[in-house]
Ligand binder design. Structure first.
Ligand code: ADP
Ligand code: MG
Length: 341
């Protein structure tokens, strides 16, 4: 669906040249939710803006839905853009227009008849869950509702690709989740290809199938989300993964637990993929002569399976504890003994 070949973007400024995107190669498949993560200045916005021709590459080729976006201009580019729409961090709504009028705007530009516009806008309002807010102005809406208008407007002309530039970065965590759920729903229902850029690993974890990590204009790591979580290679990727797998309080908790459980062993289990936590714990208790306490856990769901970590306390005879830990290790679960009692 999207092919990015040897793409570079160099900006000239007073301070010299900035290589915002530096020799990027990517293939994004139809129907995929593809995430690009990186810190500020990594080149994410520049990359995504080249996908709909808002920026022209300095070198290389970009093809979207069989059109060479990096080459076309004028009315061909405008036509192509109806198939590649975009949502933004700050929504970019028209403040003097109601919800209905905002969503109708791209249809007016595309020359859709009035009757058809009304029908389509009603349909879109239902799709994004804005029933009852049709006649409100953007200033009367919450952040989440504004982004729903942005999404409805972006979908108006039945695009093949939806680009999201930090679309949830201005929203609180709960609203972020509801917008991400909506994007997954749209991806499932319409088979739309979604490319999103973010600096938050939570967003990647929750909805993306694959992720590219960007640093200094380059893609430094690429893979299915679960693979990248399981086995991050680059230091920057490890830091991003830690954002979600190791919450701030984990280290403190581990230290706290050592004090609380001087006997037995405190063990941290890490689960990735299909192996879920429950059968492992059940079998551990059933087949070993130890007592098991679950102390703390965080299991996250991704589009391809779950991962997370669980702290448990195992007590009993030391020989039995060793056997129990060997058993857990045999279950394709990451095991780390936090204390030696
Ligand atoms: P990100 O979205 O990851 O924060 P950007 O793509 O916005 O990164 O920017 C990448 C680099 O390119 C930054 O160093 C930025 O300052 C520079 N840059 C972006 N747009 C321009 C521009 N129009 N002119 C000059 N430099 C730019
Ligand atoms: Mg940006």
């Amino acid at each position: 669906m999207i092919s990015i070949k040897n793409v570079q973007k160099v900006y000239s400024s007073k301070k010299g040249q900035v290589r915002a995107v530096d020799d990027v190669n990517l293939e994004i498949t139809e129907g995929e939710i593809f995430g690009v993560i990186g810190y500020s200045g990594a080149g994410k916005s520049t990359l995504i803006r080249m996908l709909n021709g808002l920026e022209i590459p300095s070198a290389g080729t970009i093809t979207v839905a069989e059109r060479v976006i990096s080459k076309i201009k004028g009315s061909d580019l405008r036509k192509a853009r109806q198939e590649i729409s975009m949502i933004f961090q700050h929504f970019n709504l028209l403040w003097s227009r109601t919800v209905r009028e905002n969503i109708s705007f791209p249809l007016e530009i595309a020359g859709v008849t009035k009757a058809e516009r009304i029908r389509r806008v009603d349909e879109l309002i239902k799709l994004v869950g804005l029933d009852g807010r049709e006649d409100a102005y953007p200033s009367e809406l919450s952040g989440g509702q504004k982004q729903r208008v942005g999404i409805a407007r972006a979908l108006a002309n039945n695009p093949k690709v939806l680009l999201c530039d930090e679309a949830t970065s201005a929203l609180d965590p709960q609203t972020t989740d509801s917008i991400l759920d909506l994007l997954v729903d749209i991806n499932n229902r319409l088979g739309l290809t979604i490319v999103l850029i973010t600096h938050e690993m939570h967003v990647i974890q929750k909805i993306c199938h694959r992720v590219a990590v960007m640093e200094g204009g380059k893609i430094v790591e690429l893979g299915p989300v679960l693979e990248v979580f399981k086995n991050p290679q680059q230091p920057i990727t490890k830091r991003f993964v830690q954002q979600v797998t190791e919450p701030e309080e984990t280290k403190e908790t581990a230290e706290h637990l050592i004090g609380r459980y001087p006997e037995g062993k405190v063990v941290q289990l890490t689960f990735v993929g299909e192996a879920t936590e429950q059968p492992v714990i059940t079998n551990l208790i059933r087949h070993h002569n130890v007592t098991v306490n679950i102390l703390q856990g965080k299991i996250n769901q991704t589009q391809n399976g779950s991962y997370g970590s669980l702290f448990i306390h195992i007590d009993g005879e030391s020989k039995e504890i060793t056997k129990a830990i060997d058993f857990i290790r045999s279950q394709a679960v990451g095991v780390e003994v936090v204390t030696n009692g």
